[in-house]
Design a protein around this ligand. Structure first.
Ligand code: CUA
Length: 155
């Protein structure tokens, strides 16, 4: 084979990989429903404690098997610090920050969001197996950053 043949083969490989990546991306977003946690609304950080849903943080069942967990990140805790759901629960986290930038990562899941003052983050995950998942703040938020954690208990 001459050099042009190798070059063509190499270029085709690049094209095939590009198509394979696009197919994988389409499969992940359409068939598996995986999305980046996006902006899901805005809220005034000064009055959020008096506005739904952040006037009543906690977990509630919205329909059979589906739950909404309203979480506030603040210096230096998550409110509520403990979320209890039964195994199989599909939990939509609706979260924001009361003060500075925080992060919300539920260990062992793909729930990994930024909590930005004034913005609402939303993401959904199904907890199939019973167990405990640590919730950690993954954005440095001051001297108490390392004490900012909570947990999800799947029963
Ligand atoms: Cu909150 Cu780090």
């Amino acid at each position: 084979m001459n050099i042009e043949t190798y070059e063509k083969a190499f270029l085709s490989l690049g094209g095939v990989l590009l198509v394979a990546c696009l197919v994988a991306l389409a499969y992940a977003s359409i068939a598996m429903g995986i999305h980046l946690p996006g902006r899901a609304g805005e809220v005034d950080p000064l009055t959020m404690r008096a506005q739904a849903p952040f006037d009543n943080p906690g977990v509630r069942e919205t329909s059979p098997g589906q739950y909404e967990a309203v979480v506030i990140g603040q210096l230096w805790a998550f409110v509520p610090a403990e979320i209890r759901v039964p195994a199989g629960a599909e939990v939509t986290f609706v979260a924001t920050s009361n003060d500075v930038l925080h992060g919300l990562h539920v260990e062992g899941t793909r729930i990994n969001m930024m909590l930005v003052p004034g913005q609402i983050s939303r993401n959904t995950y199904t907890f199939k197996e019973p167990g405990e998942h640590l919730i950690i703040c993954h954005e440095y938020c001051g001297v108490g950053h390392h004490t900012m954690y909570g947990k999800v208990i799947v029963e």
